[in-house]
Design a protein around this ligand. Structure first.
Ligand code: UD1
Length: 345
């Protein structure tokens, strides 16, 4: 049986590209829309080298309603949407809040507006553990309190969740699954796709792998005086392919009406909190490559510790993050080496 077409917004991005591969593996035809603001066309080649299928691609911005309408006219068979298209840098969002509110919220509202008239049955939304702020208790469940956002980026995730909830509760003829990611890391084991940061990486793993390969002199560990066993911050680092697989399950759940709920929320994490220092140690152990690093002051706005209770996703979706962290670190390193080999970085 032919599967329904899935529209993946932001599908040439980091998590989007890995999800496209998993969708294709599961037999879904995909169309990607991406404005290439933080990715490039070569990602399509990487996807094709892994799956043997080149996804359809539309270069356009999801804030452009006319472009979206044209896309739905061209692909009347779209039945599901996975919305990755968003700006995602916390620091940048402090400097350019309007950019974040405009990109992230207008994209979502345009999609929600067009779903009903185009017969789309469901939308998966990329949310974040950032909605929990600094949790009072770890691990966090989906019922943990939502804390006031500390950045415009984080606020767009909270507001987006509220917009989806209001639209669904107003009787919209579709479903939604909201996925709250913890810290996605690593790359596809083939090293054909991975994270491609623009400029100096703000996130830990790209900075770490760039340091390991010599692009950066030294990794700064932001603080070792936190109230954690080794003093560095704790996160729940989840393998990006594991994360991508959860999207395929979420899409199938909506399109096949496997749940009576019109809106569902899941934490996607491993359930294991790992410190920044432990992560560096894992990378060095897994790859045999040393990462020059030094301890510096805390980064303003950082959360001390947060990790997931993934039981809801484990039990209801039948999904589990399985890749051991050392394997994930090896995949991140293989990707960095591939970028070097290709003369990209
Ligand atoms: C943040 C957001 C998250 C968002 C993600 C996307 C919060 C609480 N979290 O994650 O929602 O999806 O950005 O970019 O807003 N670190 C270093 N040295 C570095 C870089 C990072 O020590 O050079 C440390 C940080 O202090 C932190 C950990 O590594 O403790 C992870 O940092 P990062 O990868 O930036 O992700 P988050 O801040 O957790």
């Amino acid at each position: 049986m032919n599967k329904d077409r899935i529209l993946v917004t932001g599908g040439t991005g980091y998590i989007g590209s890995h999800t496209v591969v998993e969708l294709q593996k599961a037999g879904y035809p995909v169309v990607i829309i991406d404005n290439l603001s933080n990715s490039n066309r070569d990602v399509l080649d990487g996807i094709e080298r892994i799956s043997g299928i080149r996804p359809d691609f539309v270069e356009a911005d999801c804030t452009d309603m006319e472009a979206l309408k044209a896309l739905f006219a061209k692909y009347p068979d779209i039945k599901g949407i996975i919305n990755f298209a968003a700006s995602k840098a916390v620091g940048e969002s402090m400097e350019k809040p309007i950019l974040y509110y405009r990109n992230n919220l207008n994209t979502l509202m345009n999609l929600l507006d067009l779903m009903g008239p185009n017969g789309v049955k469901g939308i998966v939304f990329s949310s974040s553990c950032t909605v929990y702020g600094e949790p009072d208790v770890n691990p966090v469940t989906e019922q943990s309190p939502i804390k006031k956002a500390t950045s415009p980026y984080g606020n767009t995730k909270q507001i987006s969740e509220e917009i989806i909830t209001d639209v669904i509760n107003s009787g919209a003829p579709f479903k939604s699954v909201i996925l709250r990611y913890f810290n996605p890391v690593g790359a596809h084991p083939s090293a054909e796709i991975g994270e491609l940061p623009n400029g100096v990486p703000q996130n830990l793993i790209p900075f770490l792998t760039q340091t390991a390969i010599g692009i950066r002199k030294e990794l700064s560990v932001f603080g070792d005086d936190y109230d954690t066993p080794d003093g560095s911050c704790i996160r729940d680092f989840i393998n990006v392919v594991d994360l991508a697989k959860a999207h395929v399950i979420a899409v199938a759940r909506m399109l096949e009406d496997k749940s009576d709920e019109k809106i569902e929320i899941f934490n996607l994490g491993t359930g294991i909190g790992l410190s920044v220092k432990e992560l560096i140690a894992s990378f060095e152990r897994a790859t045999g490559v040393k990462v020059p690093h030094k301890i510096v002051g805390r980064r303003p706005g950082d959360i001390e510790k947060v990790w997931a209770n993934p039981a809801h996703a484990n039990n209801v979706l039948g999904w589990k993050a399985e890749t051991p962290i050392d394997d994930t670190m090896r995949s991140a390193w293989a990707w960095q080496c591939k970028l070097r080999e290709r003369g990209i970085m």
